[in-house]
Write a protein that binds this ligand. Sequence first.
Ligand code: PEP
Length: 253
Amino acid sequence: MRKQIAAANWKMNLTLQQAEALMDELNATPHRLSENQEAVFGVPFPYLINIKNKLAGKKNVFVAAQNCYSKKSGAYTGEVSAEMLQSIGTDYVILGHSERREYFNESHAMLAEKINICFEYGLKPIFCCGEPLDIRETGKENGYVETQLKECLFHLSAAQLTGFVIAYEPIWAIGTGKTASSEQAQQMHAHIRAVMAKKYGAEVAGSISILYGGSVKAGNAKEIFGQADVDGGLVGGASLVAAEFAAIINSLK
Ligand code: PEP
């Protein structure tokens, strides 16, 4: 059974004190995770160790970095390597978020390298894909997302993609308050699974957790997560509010 995941993406928000207070508040807010469910916290680099420590002893709860560099080590001032992330016990790495693609010019080729290095160091990528508004408005979203999958993932082996995590995040729904309808989400998630199945077979495709991202909140999570091919969410704004994120966790299938 593939995993159902509620992943928080805090982006560049919160001081350490605010981040720790948020985790304390969340821990005090009733939420539950069953055997096939996970909560993942995508926190800023400087707090990874602190938040990991806050989660010590909790089952099915993990931390994610929001990026890593594609090279092993060396003269890359300001960058953070996969090996560094591994050495502090990071579990997941969010890669290919549309904000990184847009503001930091991350290309398909660079993302493919980042995914490779994550695998090399035992880090689990959460690979983001999704189309901008003009592509959606011209009905080209399936082809657009298919290209992102092919260019960034198709060099990987079936073993690497078994249990892999993809986040479909339509750019027009990120931070805009405009959510894709549950039908739109299901349609694209089924398409993503079909693209992966065509290349790797139904078993591998069926093991991939496909998260939806784009203005998920407590009020819409249950309906979106209830779709057959939606295996949870990658959540920005609402993950900064303990009661909202606890309710989102409780909305997992
Ligand atoms: C995100 O940044 O991954 C995201 C989905 O943000 P929001 O939930 O705020 O739309």
